[in-house]
Structures are given as C-alpha cells and as structure tokens.
Design a protein around this ligand. Structure first.
Ligand code: ACO
Length: 366
C-alpha cells in the first residue's frame, strides 16, 4: 500500500535561446557556459504564462496516466493539486488556484508551495504525507487518493539580464507528477526535507538566505518586482536613487553566491540521498537512477563522485533546460521515463537543493 507515481509530464516554452544567443546579450561564450555548467540552451517564455506552462505539464501527466484498472484518469478524481513556483502569475489567487480552474479539477484542494528549487521534492513529500495521513486516519481530514504535483517557473522574468554570472544559468518550463494511492504497490519509500540551519557546518560563514535570493513581490517587468518598503515610499524600489539596494533581500532580480551555493549543493545532495536510503533501509547499489535538481552538471558530477557512483546513474537534462528551479527535477523525471530509463520495480531517488537554503529527497519504487 503506497503512494505511486502514476504519470509524469513536462512543458517547455517555444523559444530556445542558445549560448551563442546569450553571448549577444552579455559578455560570455558557448565554451564557458558548456564547460562550467553543461548548459547548451534554455527555453524562454515570451508568450506563455506560468499557468500555460503548468497546464501543459499537468495535461501531459494526466494523459500518460492510467488508474490501477488501466483506465484514463478522470480530472474530477484529483483530490489535491500542489503547485511549486517562485514565479507565479499572481500570488493571490495562488498559482494552484489558477491551474485548478484551467484544468477543471473541481474536486481538488489546491495550494502553492515555495521551497525554491527544492520545491519538486517538497511538493511530492507533502502530497504523500497527506495521502498517507488520510489513509491511516480516515474521516479526520480531506480524503486524498490522487494528487497532481506541478512545478512551473518563468525565471526569465526575474533574471538580471545584465549579470552574466546568473542570467546564463536559468530557464523557463514546467514539470509534473501524478501521484496515486495504490494497494499492493510500495510507491514512495521515504522522504527527507531540510531547511539548513547550521551554516558553520555547511559553509563556515555567511547568512543562508544571502547565498541565493529571488525577489519578493509582484512579478512584473524588470524593475517592477519590488513594492515600496517601509518609510522610504517609492524611493524604496531598487534601493533608492543610488540604484539597486545592496541588501540581497531587496534586489529585484535573482542574486547568487555561486561558489558557496555550489559547495552547499554537493553536500546537500549527498546528505539527502544518504538519509532517504537509510530511512527506507535500501542500499545505494539497489537504486537504478538518481534524478537530481538540474542546476549545474558539475554539481551532479561532484555529488556522483562523493557517492561513489558513475554519472551514468544520474539523469542529466540540464543541457536542454538550464536551471528551471521547482520544475527542474520533475522535468528530468519525465525525461527519464520518456527515455525508458525507469521501468516498473526500479528504485529511483529524486533529490534537490535550493534557496533558503532548502534541500530534500524522495525515494520511490516505480
Ligand atoms: N561567461 C563568462 N565568464 C563568466 C561568466 C559567464 N557567463 N560568469 C562568470 N564568469 C567569469 C567570472 O567573472 C570569473 O571571472 P574572473 O576570474 O575574471 O573574476 C570567472 O568566470 C570564474 O567565475 P566563478 O564564479 O568563479 O565561476 P565558477 O566556476 O564558480 O562557476 C557558477 C560559476 C556556474 C555560477 C557556479 O559557481 C555554480 O554553478 N554555482 C552553483 C549555482 C547553483 O547551483 N545555483 C542554483 C542553486 S539555488 C537555486 O537554484 C535557486
């Protein structure tokens, strides 16, 4: 008895932007980007909203899924919709509410979850917990048997297109997974979520939120992202007449301490993988595939080395997608299924890290 992965999906914007295209925007090169990150292209949404991308990914997961009897899944049978995003079309109504309406999930309770790039893992872990609780203690809360978990991002709206150190790294897209409570299937075996609180142990210095910040407030055009703050009124936008604030929490664009995040990321992947294995009593040798957050191919390589695994045991999709935050590992999971890299009975780990700092993993049997 467990929460099974019944379907996956992804959706990408039409516009593909190559590294050479990026070299026309900032001082960079295809060679630097490929060598330092593994990224070849990223997709950028000009016409598509976050809802459009989320809808495409959700439809794909619903289309691929069949229920335990082999029948197509009825959208009205979805009890829960969790949307993970840092770039919703609106904060209220939530991205999940907008998507629920578009999909016609009339019976689903819907809410957003922000754990930055770890969102994909947090979303699955939360949905699984709600399913398990409603099965173990029936009648005490919402009865959740089917859940749609969708990560969707338009990071291009909050990227600083003048900062070569960050703008080459991110892209837009959406990924989704349909979860179903099934008798006779183990499904999700263990989960792990963490908001790092011990900076000394991880990095030896610094405030955690400084390392990777995404802007807070309305997601508008460049420069629109922050509302006026405190007594400063309009001067508060961009930190006043001197330009962008030096306070990382008030900059309107993504900022990142790349090297520190890199070090954190490698440790976070290794820790999260080890914890879910231990919690499930499963050996690393029994895991068919690890599907990590796609932030940098070198991060994945370093983590693979630390775990003593060849890179071939990891799904690497960053070349075509760049970093799509909460959508990233879900899109990679869909790629892995599409490539036939996951077959029934396989044990698979999804693992992610992100701003906050957050990290986590999910171990499931396909
Ligand atoms: N093109 C050309 N040169 C560049 C570029 C670019 N796009 N970006 C930076 N450089 C230059 C720098 O200016 C620097 O030049 P200098 O030596 O003359 O000062 C040089 O390249 C090296 O820069 P570093 O920052 O040291 O490069 P590094 O090897 O650390 O790679 C990177 C940078 C790719 C950002 C890496 O640190 C990284 O991937 N970090 C983790 C990022 C991450 O995972 N982010 C997401 C996690 S959180 C989340 O997703 C929300």
């Amino acid at each position: 008895m467990g929460c099974a992965v019944a379907g996956t999906g992804k959706c990408l914007p039409r516009l593909a932007v190559s590294n050479d295209d990026m070299a026309g925007i900032v001082e960079t090169s295809d060679e630097w980007i490929v060598q330092r990150t593994g990224i070849n292209i990223r997709r950028i949404s000009l016409g598509e909203s976050t809802t459009d991308l989320a809808y495409g990914a959700a439809r794909a997961a619903l289309g691929m899924a069949v229920d335990a009897e082999g029948n197509p899944v009825d959208p009205l049978s979805i009890d829960l919709l969790v949307c993970m995003t840092v770039t919703p079309d609106t904060s209220v109504p939530s991205q999940a509410s907008l998507l629920k309406e578009r999909l016609g999930l009339d019976n689903a309770v819907a809410f957003d979850l922000n754990a930055a790039c770890s969102g994909c893992v947090y979303g699955i872990a939360v949905a699984e917990s709600m399913m398990r609780a409603s099965y173990l203690v029936p009648g005490r809360g919402n009865d959740i048997r089917r859940a749609l978990v969708v990560g969707a991002e338009r990071l291009s709206r909050i990227v600083d297109w003048t900062d070569r150190a960050t703008c080459v790294l991110f892209g837009d897209g959406a990924g989704s997974v349909l979860l179903e409570w099934r008798p006779g299937r183990p499904g999700i075996l263990s989960t792990f979520m963490k908001n790092t609180d011990d900076v000394e142990r991880v990095l030896n210095r610094g405030a955690l939120y400084d390392l990777s910040t995404f802007p807070f407030g309305r997601m508008g055009e460049r420069g629109d992202a922050l509302p006026p703050q405190g007594d400063e009124g309009l001067a508060g936008i961009h930190g006043g007449p001197q330009g962008v604030s030096s306070d990382p929490l008030r900059k309107p664009f993504i900022t990142m301490a790349g090297k520190k995040v890199f070090r954190f990321a490698v440790s976070a992947i290794v820790e999260a993988v080890q914890v879910v294995l231990e919690r499930a009593g499963v050996g690393l040798e029994d895991v068919a595939l690890i599907v990590p957050h796609q932030a940098n191919e070198r991060i994945i390589s370093y983590a693979a080395k630390r775990l003593g695994l060849p890179i071939s045991r990891f799904q690497v999709s960053i070349g075509e997608h760049a970093n799509t935050s909460a959508a990233s590992a879900l899109m990679a999971l869909d790629d892995a299924y599409a490539a036939g890299r996951i077959v029934p009975g396989d044990k698979v780990i999804m693992v992610a890290f992100g701003g906050g700092l957050t990290s986590g993993a999910v171990l499931f049997e396909a």
